[in-house]
Design a protein around this ligand. Sequence first.
Ligand SMILES: Cc1cc2nc3c(=O)[nH]c(=O)nc-3n(C[C@H](O)[C@H](O)[C@H](O)COP(=O)(O)O)c2cc1C
Length: 376
Amino acid sequence: MFPLPNGVAYNSYLINDEKTALLDTVDAAISAEYLENITHALNGRQLDYLVINHMEPDHCANIEEILRRYPSVKVIGNPKTFQFFRQYYTMDMSDNYIEVKEGQEICLGSHTLRFYMAPMVHWPEVMVTYETSKGILFSADAFGAFGAISGNIFADELEYDSYFLDEARRYYTNIVGRYGNQVQALFKKLSGLEINMICGLHGHLWRGDMIPYIMDKYDKWSKYLPEKKGVVLAYGSMYGNTENAVNALAVKLAQRGIKDIRVYDVSKTHPSYIISDIFKYSHVVFAAPTYNMNLYFPMDSLIRELAVLNISNRKVSLIGNHTWASAALKNMTEMISNMKNMEIVGTPIDIKSSLREDREGELDNLADAIYESMDD
Ligand SMILES: Cc1cc2nc3c(=O)[nH]c(=O)nc-3n(C[C@H](O)[C@H](O)[C@H](O)COP(=O)(O)O)c2cc1C
């Protein structure tokens, strides 16, 4: 689904108390190592509980094998968890189920697990588990990130901001992005809890100062508010004329003193990266040609996906291109106007094949309008 140049981590947690509890499992790609790790960590003990916070296959591929190895294990989930289990897998584990409700607790000895439902963060069956003695939140896919873990497991042990944050944002915006309201609802539900550590199912673990750090990012992302001022210019181009106009505009923006300008060719860069940067920055320019009386399809697809992810509150400028009958600009304008609180900045430009010198003033005007709107 997504390019993973830095890999991805699948996290699963074992609590070794009077009772033993495993929280979620991992993807089929790493079953062998995972099962070896479980055997090692249990050191001959039985597994008493398996908590399924999230029934997505990348966390559930080993449930059946865990049941074969530990047939008396009690599997904790909610009615939807077990419904999805039956949809994906064939083993009958009805004798192992413990169905939990909101706020229900299970005591392991010195640790107690409390369950909170987190529907649509980002699947319907999702719940999170709060360990009450230490204040640890097992947050399912919330607070996850792309990027494998290289030794350090805590986000405070590395340069998170400069290296990992982009991949955390790309993960959130593309996977959870649509469900900002549900993320906010979960935050509200958990607001009274003392949370000392957050353990998600992908990427680094959060503790100390890194908890307010990532909560602040999540708050912005889930409210669809930009983190920074800056302009993403996303273009499609077959012969390079739209590309030329976008490059000229990028230089004009830089000449006006705008910082953080990001130019993307929608046919070359995977949309997940462009989407992530559009969530990050305040402004976006979409530029694309007309293609068989439609919007050039890679751009059409990008804007549709952004709409599905509920992107809102951005300042948008538009450039179309056509040779005999224009459709791209009209389609982009319609799509953007159907999104929430998207302000069109400057006068859209519809290039006729290539931007002639006598129309350069329009590009200057657009650059001025974008520059002026940066202060709003
Ligand atoms: C397959 C194809 C379909 C096209 N369809 C249209 C069209 O329906 N209407 C139009 O005005 N131009 C159409 N064009 C022309 C492009 O929109 C035009 O060449 C534009 O200037 C390309 O911009 P670019 O140089 O950035 O690729 C089409 C071009 C191609 C290759």
